[in-house]
Design a protein around this ligand. Structure first.
Ligand code: F6R
Length: 243
């Protein structure tokens, strides 16, 4: 695992966007796995700037979703499909045919999960998976004590994660769904390159457990230690508890 400490979130965004741009120059139809939440926004902004300036052509890029709420209609503004359309696909000039994601409104959710794992494999696998990290060490919505071998499946959100995400639902926790579909940790580990971005002091404990703790289900992100090509990009505040 490589750890890169950057001065601030914008520098982290620039660094990762450049890694994505280099990948797209080498493999124009690369499958980029993307996360939602606040942390990745500087990456998407920096990559968009590169596309708009002509530094990279992303017109053949493909985008894969990490996780999705169960039960929110696809066109709900806070479904992750809508969020990614707004924050990633539209700024990069991509349409929905470039998008892969699980169906959070399927009647048979376990089958929708298995179908998504199959779709990722049929698409050739994720080339670069961008990850954020929860204050409790979750990646995707693999909360603490998720199996490190898990596949895409339905999970119940912890109360803490629902509290954290209420900010996207007018601060009203009652509007935050209880369930999500998330790529499993085993699924995530199949991506060719994992890039985790963490910024801010609130992530410092989780970053220390990820990088310096044991590989343990209590900190799902520690599974990155098992991956042959994992990069952890942290700002100084998120790095503040590393030894
Ligand atoms: C969302 C996701 C989550 C977030 C994590 C951190 O797709 O994968 O694991 O990355 O909850 O969220 P932020 O970046 O908002 O602190």
């Amino acid at each position: 695992m490589e750890v890169v400490i950057v001065p601030d979130a914008a520098s982290g965004g620039e660094l990762i966007a450049e890694a994505m741009a280099q990948l797209l120059r080498r493999k124009p139809d690369a499958l980029l796995g993307v996360a939602t939440g606040s942390t990745p926004l500087p990456v998407y902004q920096a990559l968009t700037a590169k596309v708009r300036s002509g530094a990279v052509d992303a017109s053949r890029a493909r985008i894969a979703q990490l996780d999705e709420y169960v039960g929110l209609p696809a066109d709900h503004p806070e479904s992750y499909r809508s969020v990614l359309r707004r924050e990633v696909l539209e700024p990069l000039g991509l349409g929905m045919p470039a998008f892969l994601g699980p169906d959070g409104t399927a009647e048979d959710v376990p089958e929708a999960c298995a179908a998504y794992d199959r779709a990722l494999a049929e698409a050739g696998g994720v080339d670069l998976q961008l990850l954020g990290i929860g204050t409790d060490g979750h990646i995707g919505f693999n909360e603490p004590c998720s199996s490190l071998a898990s596949r895409t499946r339905i999970k119940t959100l912890t109360q803490q994660t629902r509290v954290d995400n209420a900010r996207f639902f007018d601060g009203d926790i009652d509007q935050v769904p209880h369930h999500v579909i998330t790529q499993g940790i085993g699924t995530i580990l199949e991506a060719r390159h994992l890039v985790l971005l963490a910024t801010g002091e609130g992530k410092a404990d989780a970053v220390a457990a990820t990088v310096e703790g044991p590989v343990a289900a209590v900190c799902p992100a520690s599974a990155l230690q098992l991956h042959p090509h994992a990069t952890v990009v942290v700002d100084e505040a998120a790095a503040s508890k590393l030894k």
